[in-house]
Design a protein around this ligand. Sequence first.
Ligand code: MN
Length: 351
Amino acid sequence: MITQIIDKKSLARATELINKANRIVTICHTGPDGDAIGSSLATVHVLSDIGKDIKAIIPDKALDNLRSLPGAKDIVNAADHPEFAAKLINEADLIICLDFNTIDRAGRLTEVLQEAKAPKILIDHHLGVTIDATLIISHPEMCATCCLLFYFICGIGLFNAIDRNAAECMLAGIMTDTGNFSYNCDDPELYIITAELVRKGADKEKLYNRLFNTFSANCLRLNSYAILKKMEVFHEGHAALITLTRDELNRFKYVKGDTEGLVNRPLAIPGIIYSCFMRQETDCIRVSMRSRGSFPVNELCAEHYGGGGHLNAAGGEFYGSLEDAAALFRSLIKENNKKYIENSKFKNENI
Ligand code: MN
């Protein structure tokens, strides 16, 4: 059905580790997104189907729109129940780490995880794994951990244990990490996997509405305000900037997640190659950038905003006023043009 990308040795070792274990926990990264929650819950559904006592633990709260995923009610949030979470991890005889590559990404669970005696299986799609695990299944070419998990589950012979709930959770992760099949989705096999998940009963339309098209009135107003009143477009510099002060956020009763995706919006304007969004937090200015083609926003964020990330999606922080953070961005536009856009490499790109 699909080409197995995970090597046989790893799959055999995973089978052995899972067979030996009775009590299993899954752990994902801090600020869990649809791929982290989706892969955790799908693992729980599949392994409980074969009789394992398994619980999903998250370091802190996930966004509200993930709460409707099947099984989400039974997730243990370590921010609310730190002792219970630590007890589960310490008593587990297998720990499955999902969707993160460095131990500190486990947030408040980092220390417990580091000291836990149980063997660990890591299943992840981020570049540069540094976690010390018994078995590492790392495939950065995968669009989502949920996609890799599908190969994994098939590889250990548990395709039949994928029920409707597991399928829905895996599709949620794939849709999250590809922006509902907008990017990182050129692999034809992704659509074979998606077809299998839909065949198993995953409701893509429902997932789309819950994950991508559910906003509070305040959130819609905040985003519209940001674009109408706060978006600066630098056509000659191929750049755009949106800033939001604390007062503005408060005016629209901002809650975490409300400005998710806002930074991408200016990239819809023809000619705009990179976009920056700055949000005033209580202690710093949170900076996020997105770009097209070879324009490296990770370099900009690393050089000027103490951060980093991927070529086309990066972030950082600025300690100072929002005006200064914005002025710095504006002052770099000319130089960015010379350095990254006017070179022959970029000119040959079809964007
Ligand atoms: Mn992911």
